[in-house]
Design a protein around this ligand. Structure first.
Ligand code: CTP
Length: 405
């Protein structure tokens, strides 16, 4: 399917809230209509103060909803009914107000009512003053919605209506069209596939108060789980201890040690189509866990004996039937050779490798620079990207290979 047919006949609800950028929604509507989308516009009470509903009505060829209780009985509650068969809700521009309302379930005008009654995919393009965009409450609302699978298109830097310069301008209509196209390209391409994802570090206790671990934040695995969920997969996420919010819409299994993670993975493996082992599983665990806290003795060494943990990927390789298996490798030297060796030894279909010596990316960070190697040893080098984008690119590769495993 060519890129330009992706939106053909799709029913898109364009939610428009009241901002100086409201006029840009006109161009966005024009582009959506040009690509064959059936667009219905819902405006907030404030949006109609910036642009008249008539403009959107003329360009979309459909009635515009901007009142909750329209005196024209044929329009009564239509802003809710219209959402039932919609393929996508795109809110652009989205003010801090509408973001806050949707995040917290407040429905007090036609746009917020429509949004809250909708269960399908949502893309939101914020536009507001840069200080408002940086406000912690706004950020929290955005994070809350991202956790529910809502996609945000960041505002861009530039001159703002208030005269200051900062990040707050609505993303370009052409950028928004690309995001919407990508969304439709991805929608449900993992439908009927079952993904098992591991994430985070493991903790191996030494005594009641100490443990051995590593700096994995779990962000990469959680991004894979969320991206797969948004693309229609049934996702089980097995996670070591992290400070991340449990994603909505995935089966979540929490564990602590490598041995616990091993047991959960082996138990779930036969029921999955794809295993993504992004967890940073500890390779060693203390031979003995002391019952009481180990006391320090002046100037004395503490000898701890460590035993290797179970290698989970080695264990599942022996049980593999038709599952596609993805491993990760965080290396400090010889990135490609080390990753290739792991790909072969662990009988993987893909390995995602990164160089942990690069500062500012990888562990803990929201972005990373990785290479993806497939079982035919094709190496794809990606630039520094947000982990959610890496997750989607990895899923693209997996999708292409899932029938040929
Ligand atoms: N892994 C695993 N079980 C372990 C250790 C690691 O399944 N006990 C998985 C990781 O989840 C990852 C891959 O193996 O997908 C590679 O992990 P990594 O720690 O880089 O490699 P190791 O095999 O542990 O080798 P080394 O630490 O010596 O580089």
């Amino acid at each position: 399917m060519s890129d330009d047919t992706l939106l053909f006949n799709k029913k898109i609800i364009l939610g428009v809230s009241g901002s100086i950028a409201t006029y840009k929604a006109i161009e966005l509507l024009r582009l959506l209509v040009k690509l064959g989308a059936r667009v219905h516009v819902v405006m907030s009470a404030n949006a109609v103060k910036f642009v008249t509903p008539l403009t959107f009505e003329a360009l979309s060829g459909n009635p515009v909803y901007h009142q909750v209780f329209d005196s024209n009985s044929s329009m009564l509650m239509e802003h809710i009914r219209i959402m039932e068969s919609a393929d996508l809700l795109l809110i652009a521009p989205a003010t801090a107000g509408i973001i806050g309302k949707i995040a917290n379930g407040i429905a007090d005008d036609s746009l917020s009512n429509s949004c809250i009654s909708y269960n399908g995919p949502i893309v939101i393009a914020p536009a507001m003053n840069d200080n408002m965009y940086a406000n912690l409450a706004v950020k929290k609302n955005i994070e809350l919605m991202k956790g529910r699978g809502v996609e945000f298109v960041e505002p861009v830097q530039g001159e703002l209506a208030c005269g200051s310069i900062g990040q707050g301008r609505l993303a370009n209509p052409s950028t928004l069209i690309e995001v919407v196209k990508k969304k439709f390209n991805y929608l449900n391409d993992f439908c009927s596939l079952r993904l098992l994802v591991t994430a985070g570090p493991t903790h191996e206790s030494l005594d009641p108060v100490r443990f051995i671990t590593n700096p994995s934040s779990g962000k990469m695995g959680y991004a894979v789980a969320c991206a797969a969920r948004d693309r229609g997969a049934t996702v089980t996420l097995i996670s070591g201890p992290t400070s991340l919010k449990v994603p909505d819409g995935v089966q979540f299994i929490s564990c602590r040690t490598a041995s616990e993670m091993n047991n959960h993975v082996l138990q779930m493996f036969s029921d999955c189509d794809i295993l993504v082992m992004s967890a940073a599983v500890g390779d060693f665990a203390p031979k003995r866990i002391e019952k009481e806290k180990i006391k320090k003795k002046a100037n004395a060494y503490l000898d701890i004996q460590l035993l290797p943990t179970e290698d989970i990927l080695m264990n599942v390789a022996a049980k593999k039937v038709s599952q596609l298996i993805v491993g990760f490798a965080a290396e400090s030297e010889n990135l490609e050779q080390s990753a290739l060796a792991k790909l072969q030894n662990k009988k993987l279909d893909f390995i995602v490798a990164n160089d942990i010596s690069s500062p500012g990316i990888g562990f803990q960070s929201d972005s990373n620079k990785v290479i993806i190697i497939n079982k035919y040893k094709d190496i794809k080098k990606l630039p520094i990207l947000p982990k959610i984008e890496i997750a989607n690119l990895l899923l693209d590769d997996i999708r292409k290979n899932i029938n040929s495993v």
